[in-house]
Ligand binder design. Structure first.
Ligand code: SAH
Ligand code: MG
Length: 214
């Protein structure tokens, strides 16, 4: 039970994607075995859809993990984008490097090692697409940097914004997660109330928010 949508809905949608067409099964199996929280199947499809529409030339990702989402965004965009992706876990960085090598993407994907907030503070280039998928308790702190780094017609895709349903329902909130939930609500309020932004919150996967400037 994901807490965001009904299990039967998730199962149905996931099963629409034929396994035989799954280009990244190896990465998905590895993530499952090692409990790495990569993008869920339907979230991965959504990302592929967004990049194939947006055709970004420059992508920024917060949270590389094993490189799954970076690889699939690269492949689906059709634009050979350059990707900057931030990760602080040394072990993950090692796996991601191996995977980027395996997909011949070492030249196209730059891993910035460190904490997202610190790395963000030092970035100056601008991006067509920003995928926020790390440090759930800090999206509200990442937002000003992401807006500074986002091109005028850029898109921010934030994952896990409903966090197992807890963000939408006090009864689901686990005590240890109160701070994360409060800050995530703050993020959603910031991107929803800002008159200069247009945001759509989608109860898919663990919850996705897409944001662009008006
Ligand atoms: N985008 C990946 C999944 C990322 S999982 C995919 O879908 O394939 C989140 C990752 O963010 C984890 O690997 C974790 O180590 C990293 N992370 C969490 N908080 C972070 C922070 N504050 N700075 C940098 N990395 C962080
Ligand atoms: Mg995620």
């Amino acid at each position: 039970m994901s807490g965001v949508t009904h299990d039967y809905m998730e199962d149905y949608i996931r099963n629409l994607i034929p396994e035989a067409y799954d280009k990244y099964k190896e990465l998905e199996d590895f993530a499952k075995e090692n409990k790495v929280p990569i993008a869920q199947k339907e979230t991965a499809k959504f990302l592929e859809f967004i990049v194939s529409m947006k055709k970004p030339l420059k992508i920024l990702e917060l949270g590389t993990a094993i490189g799954y989402s970076a690889i699939l965004m690269y492949e689906a965009s059709g634009t050979k984008p350059s990707i900057t992706t931030i990760e602080r876990d040394k072990n993950m960085i090692k796996y991601a490097r191996e995977n980027f090598k395996r997909y011949n993407l070492t030249e196209k994907i730059d891993i910035k090692e460190g904490d997202c907030l610190e790395v963000l503070e030092n970035l100056i280039e601008s991006y067509d697409l920003i995928f926020m998928d790390a440090g759930k308790g800090h999206y509200n702190h990442f937002l000003p940097h992401c807006l500074r780094l986002l091109k005028d017609d850029g898109i921010i895709v934030a994952d896990n914004v409903l966090f197992r349903g807890m963000v939408a329902c006090d009864e689901l909130v686990k005590r240890r997660k109160i701070t994360i939930v409060k800050r995530m609500r703050e993020y959603l309020e910031l991107v929803s109330k800002d008159e200069n932004l247009i945001t759509s919150v989608i109860p898919m996967g663990d919850g996705i928010a897409v944001t662009k400037r008006r």
